[in-house]
Ligand binder design. Structure first.
Ligand SMILES: Nc1ncnc2c1ncn2[C@@H]1O[C@H](COP(=O)(O)OP(=O)(O)OP(=O)(O)O)[C@@H](O)[C@H]1O
Ligand SMILES: [Mg+2]
Length: 240
């Protein structure tokens, strides 16, 4: 469903951010993308969405990501960016949620049904008619997640979905991610959440893949994590 084939990427000449990166994520997999600040996680997400352009090698469902294929690709991917502020562009949460599905030609009644179902699932009915610019940071993050769920995309990219969330909403998001059958790529420093939701983890360090494999194996490998500026998930340290 998602593939990087020998991808190199630099924002500025002479400073490569991703070096010869290759990985494949099959349909239905849930994969955690972890790594220190600046490792390249968000860059990977943006390349998949075509917000950044590599010189080839990025594929979604077998289609190369490039200008001509963007609308096809965006129709398959739902995404929550690291900064949800950039993502909400309609006046109210409800209008944001219906925008995508209506655009893809779904009838209004079906869209309204989906919106109500998603809001109920996330416990966000109270946000439906609120103004996007007048809700809190965590509420915005929840609204951004609600918006992609209403799209029912084939694959979901989430960049730090639980940052800014209180423990109650974080748990709702974790449970929701676990229930979703779609292909998911989740970038986060919340390693406990990654462990709760992902069967596989890709660890990025210095623009390269430092490890790719079973989530439990990687997230219990203290040496590997510490060598890459991370720590064991809290559930293994007894700390809260
Ligand atoms: N617009 C930009 N122009 C130049 N360099 C950038 C730009 N955006 C990111 N970078 C650099 O690219 C590298 C990777 O950044 P990226 O945002 O992908 O990291 P990340 O793994 O998502 O980090 P974080 O955990 O802090 O979100 C960093 O060195 C960063 O400074
Ligand atoms: Mg990032």
């Amino acid at each position: 469903m998602i593939e990087f084939r020998n991808v190199n990427f630099s924002y500025e000449k002479g400073r490569e951010v991703l070096h010869d990166m290759s990985f494949r994520i099959e349909k239905g997999e849930t994969v955690g993308l972890i790594g220190a600040n600046g490792a390249g996680k968000s860059t990977i997400m943006k390349l998949l969405l075509g917000l950044l352009e590599a010189d080839g090698g990025v594929f979604v469902d077998g289609t190369a990501v490039k200008k001509e294929t963007l609308s096809e690709i965006r129709g398959k991917l739902g995404f929550v960016l690291q900064n949800s502020d950039n993502q909400m562009f309609m006046p109210t949460v409800y209008e944001d949620m219906i925008f995508g599905p209506l655009n893809y030609g779904l009838p209004r009644e079906e869209v309204d049904r989906r919106v109500d179902e998603v809001l109920e699932r996330l416990g966000l009915e109270y946000l439906k008619d609120r103004c996007n610019h007048k809700i809190s940071g965590g509420e915005k993050r929840m609204a951004a997640i609600a918006t992609i769920l209403a799209m029912e995309p084939e694959a979901i990219l989430m960049d730090e979905p639980t940052s800014a969330l209180d423990p109650y909403n974080r748990r709702i998001v974790i449970n929701t991610i676990r229930e979703l059958e779609q292909t998911k790529l989740i970038a986060s420093h919340d390693l406990d959440m990654i462990l709760d939701t992902c069967g596989r983890v890709i660890l990025i360090s210095g623009g390269r893949i430092a490890a790719d494999g079973d989530a439990m194996e990687i997230l219990t490998d203290r040496e590997l994590l510490e060598a890459n500026r991370m720590e064991l998930p809290f559930c293994f340290t007894g700390r809260k």
